[in-house]
Design a protein around this ligand. Structure first.
Ligand code: SF4
Ligand code: SF4
Length: 128
């Protein structure tokens, strides 16, 4: 099953993504590319593009709602790691829902995560 986030990217084009500056300092173990960040205040950086009126993270590749992915996935900052897609782990995610709604996308549901090709029970096709 293709991961739903790969057809979305809405959260990367809706929120300001802010985090402690140390996340972009390699000598402190930070991994986020510093050149893709900008200073927010004395303690925080933001991903470039996410402070705009119509935010879009500079690292987002592709088109929201069609095919989108993070260009620095393994090195993305903590807010991106913490934002959970709704129902992926059996829990709602208002942040995911809000970002998708802002881009005209329906919320994910528990059924989103049922892989008809995977193990376990799958919904039966409904007759008309
Ligand atoms: S809004 Fe939700 S589904 Fe879309 S990319 Fe973000 S976490 Fe994934
Ligand atoms: S760093 Fe990646 S996951 Fe985080 S907002 Fe930007 S594109 Fe999205």
């Amino acid at each position: 099953m293709e991961h739903p986030c790969l057809r979305c990217g809405a959260c990367c084009a809706h929120y300001r993504v802010a985090f402690h500056w140390s996340e972009a300092e390699a000598f402190l173990g930070g991994t986020t590319p510093a050149d893709l960040t900008e200073k927010l205040d004395a303690h925080r950086l933001a991903m470039r593009g996410t402070q705009a009126y119509a935010p879009r993270c500079i690292a987002l590749q592709g088109e929201v709602g069609q095919a989108a992915h993070c260009g620095i996935y393994a090195r993305r900052p903590s807010p991106c790691r913490e934002l959970q897609p709704a129902w992926e782990r059996g829990e709602p995610s208002p942040q995911c829902d809000r970002a998708r709604a802002a881009h005209g996308l329906p919320p994910l549901t528990p059924e989103t995560w049922i892989d008809p090709t995977g193990p376990g029970l799958s919904p039966l096709p409904r007759s008309a």
